[in-house]
Design a binder for this molecule. Structure first.
Ligand SMILES: Cc1cc2nc3c(=O)[nH]c(=O)nc-3n(C[C@H](O)[C@H](O)[C@H](O)COP(=O)(O)OP(=O)(O)OC[C@H]3O[C@@H](n4cnc5c(N)ncnc54)[C@H](O)[C@@H]3O)c2cc1C
Length: 120
């Protein structure tokens, strides 16, 4: 999947008019044609720490829901198994929401924290 992503990104960048493309890999170098990109990407080792991956919008790690079989916390952010643990952050979304999340996270955290304060 990672190699396919390198290929797709290089194709997209050349198609958009890039004169050189640099895959985010420790052993990669600038390539100037789609054919050179294909050849180089096919040789890149995918061992740990050489292929660099990053995301600024990781969400959904503690998805909320009433059914403990499919959710980590309930709809008030209370952990289904650990008593007295509440989670109020971007991990409550079912998955990455596909848009800038900060305002939604602020809203969710403000609402759930106010309710938690009331309960306490
Ligand atoms: C480079 C970048 C650019 C972004 N740009 C935008 C943007 O323009 N617009 C937008 O809407 N969103 C943007 N985001 C996404 C947004 O910033 C995050 O989705 C949001 O901040 C996540 O909020 P959060 O409260 O869920 O988690 P975080 O903000 O990650 O907060 C988690 C907190 O928990 C603390 N923590 C971790 N472990 C522990 C521990 N064991 N004990 C105590 N504390 C701990 C951390 O120090 C941190 O303060 C961007 C993200 C990045 C990385």
């Amino acid at each position: 999947g990672i190699r396919r992503a390198y290929h797709s990104m290089a194709e997209i960048q050349f198609a958009a008019g890039a004169r050189a493309v640099l895959p985010l890999h420790s052993d990669a170098d600038y390539v100037k044609t789609p054919a050179a990109a294909r050849r180089m990407i096919d040789t890149l080792s995918l061992e740990l720490y050489r292929a660099r991956l990053g995301s600024a919008h990781v969400m959904g790690g503690c998805a909320m829901g009433e059914d403990p079989r499919g959710a980590v916390v309930d709809s008030l952010g209370r952990h289904h198994q650990l008593e007295n643990l509440s989670i109020h952050d971007g991990s409550l979304f079912p998955t990455s929401i596909g848009a800038n999340p900060q305002l939604s996270i602020y809203a969710l955290a403000a609402k759930l924290s106010s309710l938690l304060a009331d309960r306490l």
